[in-house]
Design a binder for this molecule. Structure first.
Ligand code: HEM
Length: 287
């Protein structure tokens, strides 16, 4: 009885604080190896759940979040309550180092193992750390370093409103490696050139006003240039091939074709894959 009440109390606390429940998902890519390369959360007080998965020790994933002076800096370190993560000792889990705009770093101490059932995705999580402070104005960087195969979620912010994530241009594997992806680089006539602007907001549909033909999608059917169609939108999956938790083959099978049914039969209605897909959008399909 006491345990049940305790559980209910905890559930209410988590529910009322909004923790984990409706955090907007952001999946870190294998190319997000430094804070500068990783995504930027425009407002670090908006609730985001940042997922990082690792296959071996020594890998890095990083992102940034912007704050105003006096904002609440709320960070939580979570793992899904399943193996291998749940059976790893604290010193076998990835480290999270947060660096303030002034350059002061803290390594988030993993000092709890509190169960938390997240009803939206029906997943059991464990809180391993919760860190709260008052933010300085500027951009904080978050660097996660693995000690072995594991996946973690870093929740940042607690305001349940919609926020924006800025990402740099997806790195292309074009035939001209010397060209830098600067705003001044001239677009090439080859359909394999990634037409994403230097920075795109993942949740801004207007960033993807460009239209592409089916022929252009078909011309990007390789691992080096992999485009797909889902619901009349066009996506550049190239950077996601090796980051996909369900394996690279699932993504490779979508290159150059209409991936609507493959994507939906696996992931329809699941927040994380849908958010990831949105972040890879480059335009719409035109006649
Ligand atoms: C562009 C298309 C796709 C995107 C953006 C995508 C995205 C994702 C994401 C974000 C996850 C992690 C979900 C989580 O941790 O909760 C995931 C997992 C997975 N995906 Fe995909 N996926 C795509 C296509 C596919 C396809 C076509 C298949 C199968 C044919 C597939 C099979 C899987 C499997 C088996 C997992 C691991 C288990 C799971 O979380 O469901 N995915 N995918």
């Amino acid at each position: 009885m006491i345990r049940a009440l305790l559980a209910l109390g905890l559930a209410l606390v988590f529910f009322s604080s909004g923790a984990a429940l409706a955090h907007q998902p952001v999946v870190l890519l294998s190319t997000d190896t430094t804070a500068a390369k990783g995504p930027l959360l425009e407002d670090g007080t908006v609730s985001f759940a940042i997922r990082a998965s690792f296959t071996k020790a020594g890998e890095k994933r990083a992102f940034r979040a912007q704050f105003k002076a006096g904002d609440a800096l709320a960070i939580q370190y979570l793992i899904v309550e399943k193996k291998p993560e749940s059976s790893l000792r604290t010193n076998e889990l990835p480290t999270l180092v947060v660096t303030s705009p002034m350059g002061a770093s803290v390594t988030i101490k993993l000092n709890e193992r509190t169960k938390f059932y997240e009803p939206f995705s029906k997943v059991n999580y464990l809180y391993l750390a919760r860190y709260n402070a008052t933010a300085q104005a500027g951009v904080y960087s978050f660097v996660i370093t693995s000690k072995g195969k594991a996946g973690i979620t870093v929740a940042v912010g607690d305001r349940e409103v919609r926020g924006d994530v800025l990402r740099g241009a997806a790195p292309t594997q074009s035939s001209t490696p010397s060209s830098t992806p600067s705003a001044s680089s001239t677009p090439s006539a080859t359909p394999s050139q990634t037409p994403t602007p230097t920075a795109s907001k993942t949740q801004t549909p207007t960033a993807s006003a460009t239209g592409y033909t089916l022929a252009q999608v078909k011309a990007n059917s390789t691992a080096a240039n992999c485009w797909t169609i889902v619901d009349d939108n066009v996506y550049n999956l190239t950077t996601w091939i090796n980051s996909h938790p369900g394996g690279s083959n699932a993504i490779l099978s979508l290159c150059g074709v209409d991936g609507t049914s493959a994507f939906k039969s696996q992931h329809a209605g699941r927040a994380m894959p849908v958010a990831q897909l949105n972040s890879l959008k480059i335009g719409t399909l035109k006649e």
